[in-house]
Design a protein around this ligand. Structure first.
Ligand SMILES: CCCCCCCCCCCCCCC/C=C/C(=O)SCCNC(=O)CCNC(=O)[C@H](O)C(C)(C)COP(=O)(O)OP(=O)(O)OC[C@H]1O[C@@H](n2cnc3c(N)ncnc32)[C@H](O)[C@@H]1OP(=O)(O)O
Ligand SMILES: NC(=O)C1=CN([C@@H]2O[C@H](COP(=O)(O)OP(=O)(O)OC[C@H]3O[C@@H](n4cnc5c(N)ncnc54)[C@H](OP(=O)(O)O)[C@@H]3O)[C@@H](O)[C@H]2O)C=CC1
Length: 311
């Protein structure tokens, strides 16, 4: 009869190297996720999604599905703990991020009392650009809500609470600021009139369709149920052909949508929002692009992070 060799796991504080917890008789095929649950029993304040366990204090966090006996450790494994801080579920994050701007914008569109002069309460703008802007803004956030619920397959279960605060301040604040100006009774419509609005509307819709197509393509990468990151490739859908040239075409389309919205409304706060979003997405796209290059030797050479041949 074969004898199972149990493992011992000691969990240390990376700064003091002091022992936080000692687990004996851990099954060799226990996963990191299961070890986190055992650690949680000793420290109820550190629920599993709040914990990162590492083999090296400065190394990468181990994934929840990694198996103890497959790690480069002896029968006594030393793991280092990092508290990731309070966590919130991704769906919760995205829903609050996107439902906020949707409703805030409508308050300004319908000119609720106390926003503008009382004589304008519940009046509407005579300019089609204002109505179209409201439709486009709503379509964008309804689409993001639908994608959050039905399309995205996130690899992390949670996200740091501080990010939700940052993202909500960003989205809600900008939604109020740009809605205030676009729906203002003194708003002046775009310089080139309907022609400018219609071209911008067409560009906006193309970018929304493109962004949605990329999200579907990313979703299909995980149709096998895995949480791994794979190389995304163009599919039969022409909107995904941007993958020939960039690593994050969803960001390219997103930036395109906000620049189109700027042209449609010809409004300075919208342009500022588009610019800051573009800078933020460029930073993230560069990070993702270099991670792809590092992780995949066969990664296509032609791709740039966000703007074909340029950036
Ligand atoms: C006039 C008005 C002007 C106003 C100006 C305002 C300017 C404001 C600029 C700010 C702009 C902000 C714009 C936000 C807009 C957002 C829009 C969106 O909709 S984006 C969609 C939402 N997405 C996000 O917010 C991204 C959130 N994701 C993350 O932050 C990361 O994925 C992650 C931290 C959750 C995980 O990072 P990842 O790189 O995947 O993991 P690593 O393993 O490489 O870890 C890196 C580092 O992070 C630590 N980490 C990992 N997971 C967590 C976690 N759950 N909680 C806390 N920390 C985590 C990990 O330990 C690593 O740290 P290390 O020290 O190396 O151990
Ligand atoms: N206006 C603005 O300022 C911003 C708007 N956005 C909008 O939000 C959308 C989502 O943003 P963000 O979450 O940063 O987008 P990501 O491209 O990081 O992720 C989108 C989804 O695809 C998954 N995914 C990404 N790459 C891969 C891969 N190689 N293999 C498998 N799955 C993958 C992600 O999973 P995982 O959980 O592993 O990451 C996630 O579920 C953007 O496309 C954009 O429309 C985003 C940023 C800023």
């Amino acid at each position: 009869m074969s004898r199972v060799t149990f493992f011992e796991v000691e969990i240390l504080d990376p700064k003091t190297k002091g022992q936080l917890c000692f687990l004996d008789k851990v099954e060799p095929h226990a996963t990191i996720g299961e070890i986190k649950c055992l650690f949680h029993k000793a420290y109820p304040q550190w629920y599993p999604s709040r914990q990162a366990l590492k083999l090296d204090p400065k190394g990468k966090a181990l994934k929840d599905d990694e198996i103890l006996q497959n790690l480069p450790v002896g029968t006594t494994a030393t793991l280092y703990f990092k508290d990731l801080g309070p966590q919130v579920g991704w769906t919760m994050v995205f829903l609050s991020e996107y439902a906020g701007p949707l409703f805030i914008y409508l308050l300004f569109y319908f000119r609720l009392p106390y926003i503008y002069h009382h004589k304008h309460a519940f009046t509407s703008s005579p300019y089609p650009a204002v109505t179209l802007a409201c439709v486009c803004h709503s379509i964008h956030y309804i689409k993001r809500l639908i994608e959050t619920i039905f399309v995205h397959r996130f690899s992390h279960g949670t996200m740091p609470l501080r990010n939700i605060v940052r993202n909500c301040l960003y989205y809600w604040g900008f939604a109020a600021w740009l809605a205030y100006y676009i729906n203002h009774p003194l708003y002046t419509p775009p310089y080139y009139g309907n022609k400018q609005v219609n071209y911008a509307l067409a560009m906006f819709m193309i970018c929304q369709a493109g962004n949605f197509s990329i999200h579907l393509a990313l979703n299909n990468l995980r149709s096998d149920g895995s949480k791994a990151r794979k190389i995304p490739y163009p599919t039969k859908n022409p909107f995904t052909w941007l993958f020939f040239f960039v690593s994050c075409p969803n960001y390219t389309y997103e930036a395109g949508a906000w620049f189109s919205f700027t042209i449609m409304t010809q409004c300075v706060p919208v342009g500022l929002f588009a610019l800051i979003s573009f800078i933020q997405m460029t930073i993230w796209a560069k990070g993702k692009h270099y991670t792809y290059i590092r992780e995949f030797k066969e990664y296509p050479d032609l791709r740039m992070p966000i703007i074909p041949f340029l950036l």
